[in-house]
Design a protein around this ligand. Structure first.
Ligand SMILES: [Zn+2]
Ligand SMILES: [Zn+2]
Length: 130
């Protein structure tokens, strides 16, 4: 697969056993549907430092550019800007076909932090007796 931004080959990588693809040029990360949630569930801080690159360049998939970014997986997939998270919306690029997500450098950390904070607030309020 190729980076939707700069068409570099994406390297296979993983965080705590969750597989993902990372661009070594721009440090963007490609996550398939559900993997973003799974990574948030790990509750790791500084999540991007947990990324382990898997040494294997592979796969060929033509990415042609045309005003928008194309999904590295789907031939017809088109990445659309969506807001992820709640209090401080973070814009990520999501494929309209497979719902995979492209996350730019730094954004994954921001998403995980935000989600962890919200989860803590929720569980605190949940267990408090008024
Ligand atoms: Zn890139
Ligand atoms: Zn796709």
């Amino acid at each position: 697969m190729k980076c939707p931004r700069d068409e570099s080959q994406l390297a296979r990588a993983k965080i705590d056993g969750i597989r993902l693809h990372k661009c070594l040029e721009c440090s963007g990360i490609w996550l398939e549907f559900h993997k973003l949630e799974a990574i948030c569930g790990l509750k790791l801080s500084n999540i991007e430092s947990h990324i382990q690159e898997i040494d294997d360049a592979s796969l060929n998939n033509d990415v042609t550019s045309g005003g928008y970014m194309r999904c590295p997986r789907c031939p017809k997939g088109r990445l659309q800007k969506v807001s992820y998270t709640f209090m401080h919306p973070i814009r990520i690029d999501r494929c309209n076909q497979c719902l995979g997500c492209w996350v730019d450098k730094g954004e994954l950390d921001a998403i995980v932090q935000e989600k962890t904070t919200l989860d803590e607030q929720f569980s605190e309020s949940h267990f408090q007796i008024p």
